[in-house]
Design a binder for this molecule. Structure first.
Ligand code: DAH
Length: 340
């Protein structure tokens, strides 16, 4: 019995030295010290010893058990130490390494100009409304007094989705939707994307941006249109600039005008930017056609209104002396970073 005990002790101690991980350690602990372990089995065997031998052997077994247990604990502490060490090593931060720079983006130049424009119109009491980019023929043409055989439908080459659905060619659609839903007085602007199947070149893009404006109330005249646009241009481009109206035609306004702003580059003398004219065309406008008002359920004998449509990309290009509209759509960071 004593020999067996000593053998087990030596064997266990030896195996303990070679344990490589905590899982193996636990397995060995169960194998030796567990309920069905080899030491426990030896202890049970004590029953066959003569009675006078039992106390001494019992003490011996306990001593061996303690020794083994102690060694198990020591080895466990050692293993824990190794594990912690490894974890610390893997988590070490090298605080001398150079940091990663987070680049801060900036608004697209179109959005910067749009924000300015919105601020100017908000200060004049306008609201900003959204429109839909996918529209029906009714909102894009018919309700705007462009009948199906009207030549204006050819001028604006349209992307059709179905016979009746299309990508809007103008933000003027927002006029109709607003007048359908709101009673006068109305004072809104509506910025957004518009689409035309144009060939891409320095001044054309199949997708571009407009901002629509609409005012409807009692007693609105062309003087109000001119006053609002004059104020807008002076806040946007500078206090010395002037605007002029040239007669034009749009099916949804009568009379219609094209609006030019005096060239800021040459103060109206004529230069390369304004192609020698001294003026730069910036928008179309006019008095809302009585037919358009009545289509939207507004009595044209009681109310009048003006509307305008600005090309936002054109504004941005004039503002920053950008000579190619494609730059606004290509998202080349070397270009965009100049407006950070
Ligand atoms: N929708 C016109 C276009 O895309 C621009 C325009 C002209 C809008 C006159 C208006 C307006 O509201 O009154 O060419």
């Amino acid at each position: 019995m004593e020999d067996k005990l000593e053998q087990l002790r030596l064997q266990t101690m030896q195996r303990l030295e070679n344990v490589s991980g905590k899982k193996e350690l636990e397995e060995l602990r169960v194998e030796v010290l567990g309920k069905k372990g080899s030491l426990t089995a030896l202890l049970r065997g004590m029953g066959s010893l003569p009675a006078e031998e039992r106390p001494r052997v019992g003490q011996l077994v306990n001593k061996v058990r303690k020794q083994i247990e102690q060694r198990f604990d020591e080895i466990e502490t050692q293993l824990d130490g190794i594990i912690r060490q490894k974890r610390l090593e893997s988590e070490t931060l090298d605080i001398t390494m150079p940091g990663k720079k987070h680049e801060i983006g900036s608004l697209h130049p179109n959005n910067q100009v749009l924000e300015e424009l919105i601020d100017i119109f908000l200060s004049m009491g306008f609201d900003v409304v959204d429109g839909f980019e996918v529209e029906s023929e009714y909102y894009n043409f018919e309700a705007l007094n462009v009948s199906s055989d009207h030549p204006a439908r050819d001028e604006q080459d349209t992307f059709y989705i179905t016979d009746n659905l299309l990508l809007r060619t103008q933000t003027s659609t927002a006029q109709i939707r607003t007048m359908e839903q709101t009673k006068p007085p109305i004072r809104i602007i509506s910025p957004g994307r518009v689409y035309r199947s144009d060939e891409v070149d320095a001044t054309h893009s199949p997708v571009f941006h407009q901002v629509e404006g609409l005012v409807v109330d009692k007693g609105i005249t062309m003087c109000d249109l001119k006053g609002v646009l004059q104020q807008f241009v002076r806040e946007m481009y500078g206090p010395d600039l002037n605007i002029r109206f040239r007669p034009s035609f749009f099916p949804f306004t009568e009379p219609s005008v094209e609006v030019d702003v005096s060239c800021s580059e040459c103060a109206g003398k004529g230069c390369r930017v304004c192609k020698g004219v001294g003026w730069i065309e910036i928008l179309g406008a006019g008095m809302v056609h009585p037919k358009v008002l009545s289509t939207c359920g507004i009595n044209p004998d009681e109310y009048t209104g003006f509307a305008f449509g600005v090309g936002l990309d054109r504004l941005t290009m004039t503002r920053h002396k950008i000579n190619d509209i494609r730059l606004l759509f290509e998202n080349d960071l070397r270009f965009l970073k100049q407006f950070g």
